[in-house]
Design a protein. Structure first.
Length: 142
């Protein structure tokens, strides 16, 4: 679904992305997946990346609203609807990337990050330092 003529469902609106979202059927239920569109997809007023569409749901593509009407039984659904979880490929991408945010790359330092207490010269454990050897004696309290 999108603004391009190559889409199966063409929405000719300026605020709809060229390839805005994807609709697909799984086990008798329709699902929608946002294809990283600029203006997003909402189901019942909540912005989603991927979600099951139940009969009677309101689907908003950009700001254009549609009511979803279908019969899951006609599409082969048996029993109650499946859990509306995120897809199994959720762990293939960081949460920051899924939210559309990018993390800044870590600055590499030639010296490990260790702090010294200026009063008595005692080495302190640095939670931001993931290098080996911070704890001299593993039996001593940190």
């Amino acid at each position: 679904m999108g603004r391009r003529e190559s889409c199966d469902i063409v929405l000719r609106f300026a605020n709809v992305s060229a390839h805005h979202c994807q609709l697909f059927v799984n086990n008798g239920y329709w699902y929608i997946r946002d294809m990283q569109s600029r203006n997003g997809v909402k189901v019942n007023g909540l912005r989603v990346q991927e979600k099951r569409l139940d009969p009677g749901d309101t689907l908003a593509v950009a700001k254009h609203r549609y009511e979803v009407q279908y019969s899951p039984a006609d599409l082969g659904a048996v029993g109650p609807p499946p859990a509306d979880d995120l897809p199994s490929e959720i762990m293939t991408e960081s949460l920051l990337a899924r939210a559309g945010l990018k993390s800044s790359p870590k600055k590499e330092s030639s010296q490990p990050r260790r702090r010294r207490n200026s009063e008595n010269g005692v080495k302190r454990y640095d939670v931001l330092d993931d290098s080996a050897g911070q704890i001299d004696s593993p039996d001593a309290p940190v």
